[in-house]
Write a protein of this length. Structure first.
Length: 288
């Protein structure tokens, strides 16, 4: 009799241990606003989507059967679509399961123009590379606003819209450059003056600190005003192509100094080239 009692205890302990072991892996349902930033096929019938979400940050999700049938997810679920996603999440897993996605905004204009598509690819790349798998309302809002502005931009306005969106994302991540106070001594700077922009310092320098800085770029007052507008989500117009290229270079250098993890940013690199040529390469890559 005692022996049987011992076996019963062992059985109870085993069941308790098994139950305790399973508890952390219970799948939970997360319903959240989401935007699709990357799509690729998986096996014969499924797709993997990379999303930025309002409630759960950046996520990778498996949409089972999405290639075989559109009944479950709809034909509008594609790159840059935005809506409400149902995510089945398991703690410790890198890949969630997509239960459903109600598309509210498809943004077809982004795919209809090569310059807009290139800019949208940059916005997606920055968001996915530097975002986290935790709720970040500012990042979600910044990415969605950037894509909306790009969808409304003309071909000629696409690079400016991309610059604006990229700086807003940087600000949402907490790395906005300081433009109105010296980033070394904190002295106030006249709003329209040209200043030295130091990437290691994190932004503008006063004249005294600029003389001691080992390197930097002269930032004219009009360029500084454009940066200030973009960071807070407002528009600024650049008058010529050299100004656009100078801002692209400044953005690239700032990313390398403060955010880049030494991995390449292929979409950004293509965007810095001729927009139409770069976009053609992006379209080719996404189709393969």
């Amino acid at each position: 009799m005692p022996r049987r009692r011992k076996r019963d205890n062992e059985s109870d302990n085993h069941r308790s241990s098994t139950s305790d072991h399973r508890l952390p892996f219970v799948m939970s349902l997360v319903v959240t606003e989401a935007t699709v930033l990357h799509v690729f096929d998986y096996l014969e019938s499924s797709r993997i989507f990379r999303l930025v979400t309002r409630e759960a940050g950046v996520r990778s999700v498996l949409a089972r059967g999405a290639r075989r049938s559109t009944r479950r997810f709809g034909s509008a679920l594609d790159l840059f679509a935005q809506g409400t996603a149902q995510l089945h999440v398991k703690p410790g897993r890198d890949l969630d399961t997509l239960g459903g996605f109600d598309v509210e905004r498809a943004r077809p204009a982004l795919a209809a123009d090569l310059a807009r598509f290139t800019g949208a690819a940059v916005i997606a790349e920055l968001t996915l590379r530097f975002g986290r798998d935790a709720a970040d309302l500012d990042l979600y809002t910044a990415a969605a606003a950037a894509l909306d502005d790009l969808a409304e931009a003309s071909t000629d306005e696409a690079r400016e819209a991309t610059l604006a969106g990229a700086w807003r994302i940087i600000a949402a991540l907490g790395f906005a450059p300081g433009l109105d106070m010296c980033n070394e001594c904190h002295a106030a700077l006249a709003p329209n003056d040209s200043v030295l922009f130091s990437h290691p310092a994190g932004g503008a320098l006063c004249e005294r600190c600029a003389r001691m800085a080992p390197s930097g770029r002269l930032l004219p007052g009009v360029a500084r005003a454009a940066l200030r507008s973009w960071i807070i989500g407002e528009r600024a117009t650049l008058t010529n192509d050299p100004d656009v290229r100078a801002h692209q270079r400044l953005l690239r250098e700032f990313l390398r100094e403060h955010l880049n993890d030494d991995r390449p940013l292929p979409a950004f690199e293509m965007w810095e080239q001729d927009p139409l040529h770069a976009s053609s390469r992006l379209v080719t890559q996404s189709a393969t």
